[in-house]
Design a protein around this ligand. Structure first.
Ligand SMILES: *[C@@H]1O[C@H](CO)[C@@H](O)[C@H](O)[C@H]1NC(C)=O
Ligand SMILES: *[C@@H]1O[C@H](CO)[C@@H](O)[C@H](O)[C@H]1NC(C)=O
Ligand SMILES: *[C@@H]1O[C@H](CO)[C@@H](O)[C@H](O)[C@H]1NC(C)=O
Ligand SMILES: *[C@@H]1O[C@H](CO)[C@@H](O)[C@H](O)[C@H]1NC(C)=O
Ligand SMILES: *[C@@H]1O[C@H](CO)[C@@H](O)[C@H](O)[C@H]1NC(C)=O
Ligand SMILES: *[C@@H]1O[C@H](CO)[C@@H](O)[C@H](O)[C@H]1NC(C)=O
Ligand SMILES: *[C@@H]1O[C@H](CO)[C@@H](O)[C@H](O)[C@H]1NC(C)=O
Ligand SMILES: *[C@@H]1O[C@H](CO)[C@@H](O)[C@H](O)[C@H]1NC(C)=O
Ligand SMILES: *[C@@H]1O[C@H](CO)[C@@H](O)[C@H](O)[C@H]1NC(C)=O
Ligand SMILES: *[C@@H]1O[C@H](CO)[C@@H](O)[C@H](O)[C@H]1NC(C)=O
Ligand SMILES: *[C@H]1O[C@@H](CO)[C@H](O)[C@@H](O)[C@@H]1NC(C)=O
Length: 482
């Protein structure tokens, strides 16, 4: 029997108690409550994680704060869902998360609950980008839904930008943003060139079907959705669960998730899950990977054996997986490294083998689609320089996100070069008649490939920094009218 997988994740958790906190915590977690008007953060009652207001992660005067309509506020709703920030102006608006470890893997998670905050009852569709790369299209289909969007990516720099992109489908908004560092060994499918976007993360068989496992039961703070179907499946659980996580465990499914499983009600039945691929603007048929977790929870009588045959659309799912025997000590995690062959629909079947005397089981599953993360951001020295210039002169314009990428959203008044295979460079800056005040920043000289610099007709004072004369490519400099 087949069960269709859900596309969205819903969650409600207990409310929080206010408390001050404005820094990433000692676990490296950044947990942002977007649109929170209070200056202080607070501690979430359910997870004991500190939520921070979003003001420190976004340019001043960017977007507007709102709260959801009262009819969407229910007693169990966590505080993070009450407020949100919307972005009625600008094609691209970005959050910047700083003090990261370049080259490390991070899980990034946005949350979205529309709750008719604008009184217009108009459900938006918009895109999310991570730095220079497309991440996901957020398609809000119900005002009540609490939508999570998650990716696991390698962060190339010491910062990460998460951008909301207006694609003409209504005003982008965001309720919360979470960043979690991950051990390098986890999720080997994630490379500098490829990220994972969460499709489903399921905890099979918990008796309490409202219980989402997350931090602290999962030290990585993944959110595991309870999933069962009492008509087709029955639950198995073992109080102690599997004993431990193997050293070389690549996915570290938490014990709280592994200690429950499902098996078919009919002892000669199977377990099947089906999903349709969800097309994206960049990829009509994205590739998928699945990670399946198996651990034996029953004490098996002598002369019995539980042996699984796992198939995808009736073909062996992974190499050597036609005779998997779940272990009582360790989680067996089966996974593919590259995407499945593209299909119109995907059905994973977990059957008992002919030799098996017991029905199949499964404890947990994660399914992801793949996104390329190959778009290079602008040269990091150029980015630091232009960010410093933006900050010094408080340039407004559309100066948000990566300066040169994507080309269609490159910053006004900048010109970039796009050398093949290496990061884009800034080649001209034209800030004429832009109301600039103060001295001419020597930071302009950190734009090493700049050819044109037009600062005419501003209120700049002082002398022209010497360093500008050292720039090898600078052929045009206009400081007249200052
Ligand atoms: C926090 O959780 C505790 C224990 O679950 C509960 O007694 C308390 O009422 C909660 N506080 C708030 C503000 O929700
Ligand atoms: C958003 O979801 C609705 C309902 O599922 C669908 O009809 C629509 O095509 C989707 N829009 C986009 C842009 O994906
Ligand atoms: C939105 O979701 C709620 C709760 O799941 C449901 O009661 C309601 O019917 C849904 N509305 C629409 C328009 O689908
Ligand atoms: C159990 O499954 C077998 C094989 O699919 C089927 O023949 C049998 O009728 C099923 N039994 C029940 C009680 O549904
Ligand atoms: C199962 O086998 C073990 C070792 O072969 C034996 O010690 C034990 O008594 C057997 N249990 C039963 C219930 O037959
Ligand atoms: C799944 O894909 C197969 C092969 O393309 C097709 O025959 C089948 O009808 C599809 N099933 C569903 C439920 O869409
Ligand atoms: C597993 O299932 C496949 C597809 O149904 C079948 O070809 C294969 O023989 C099965 N293997 C075992 C050990 O049952
Ligand atoms: C099934 O049992 C037979 C007989 O014991 C054995 O030859 C065969 O290798 C077993 N198959 C698997 C997949 O374990
Ligand atoms: C800079 O922009 C101004 C106004 O758009 C324009 O008049 C001027 O020619 C530009 N300078 C350069 C060097 O392109
Ligand atoms: C320079 O500053 C003066 C007074 O502060 C102002 O009147 C003038 O418009 C400014 N000029 C430019 C080009 O911004
Ligand atoms: C389990 O495997 C799939 C795919 O090979 C078959 O379609 C199912 O019929 C099978 N289920 C059982 C109970 O044998």
């Amino acid at each position: 029997m087949t069960l269709w997988l859900p596309l969205l994740l819903w969650i409600t958790a207990a409310a929080g108690v206010p408390q001050a906190r404005a820094q990433p915590d000692n676990k490296g977690f950044i947990t942002i409550d977007c649109g929170l008007s209070e200056e202080m953060g607070y501690v979430d009652n359910a997870t004991k994680l500190s939520y921070t207001p979003d003001a420190g992660f976004i340019d001043a005067d960017t977007g507007t704060n709102h709260i959801i309509s009262p009819e969407y506020v229910v007693p169990a709703l966590a505080k993070v869902w009450y407020s949100l920030r919307s972005f009625p102006t600008g094609m691209r608006n970005c959050y910047t998360l700083r003090s990261l470890m370049p080259g490390l893997k991070y899980m990034i998670r946005g949350r979205f609950k529309y709750g008719n905050y604008d009184g217009l009852d108009r459900l938006p569709v918009f895109d999310l980008h991570i730095g220079a790369n497309y991440w996901h299209t957020v398609n809000i289909t119900n005002s009540t839904d609490a939508v999570f969007v998650e990716a696991i990516v390698v962060v190339p720099e010491d910062f990460m930008q998460v951008c909301l992109v207006d694609t003409g489908g209504g005003t982008p908004f965001i309720s919360g943003l979470d960043l979690r560092p991950l051990k390098r060994t986890l999720y080997p499918q994630v490379t500098p060139a490829q990220g994972l976007v969460l499709f489903a993360r399921l905890n099979f068989g918990p008796t309490d079907e409202t219980f989402y496992v997350r931090y602290p039961d999962d030290p990585h703070d993944r959110i595991w959705r309870p999933w069962g179907n009492k008509v087709m499946w029955t639950e198995i659980s073992m109080a102690s669960g599997v004993q431990n996580i193997a050293n070389e465990d690549l996915f570290e499914a938490p014990k709280a998730v592994l200690k429950t499983a499902i098996k078919p009600r009919n002892a000669s039945g199977d377990l099947e899950f089906t999903w349709y691929p969800v097309p994206t603007p960049k990829d009509p048929s994205p590739g998928y990977i699945a990670i399946l977790h198996f651990a034996e929870l029953e004490i098996l009588p002598n002369n019995t054996v539980r042996q699984l045959n796992i198939t995808l659309n009736s073909k062996p799912l992974y190499l050597y997986t036609s005779d998997i025997v779940p272990d009582r000590i360790y989680d067996i995690a089966l996974y593919n490294s590259g995407p499945f062959i593209r299909h119109n629909n995907y059905t994973i079947s977990i059957n008992a083998t002919a030799n098996s005397t017991l029905p199949p089981i499964i404890n947990a599953a994660e399914i992801f689609s793949l996104i390329p993360t190959t778009n290079l951001g602008t040269d990091s020295q150029d980015v630091s320089a232009i960010m410093a210039i933006k900050a010094k002169y408080q340039v407004k314009k559309n100066w948000m996100g990566d300066p040169c990428v994507p080309k269609s959203m490159a910053w006004d008044r900048l010109t970039c070069s796009y050398p093949p295979g290496s990061p884009p460079r800034i080649t001209s800056v034209n800030l004429s008649s832009s109301g600039l005040n103060g001295d001419i920043s020597s930071t302009f000289a950190n734009l090493k490939t700049i050819q044109y610099l037009d600062l005419s007709n501003n209120n700049l004072t002082g002398s022209i920094p010497d360093a500008l004369s050292q720039l090898p490519s600078l052929t045009f400099l206009d400081v007249s009218g200052n």
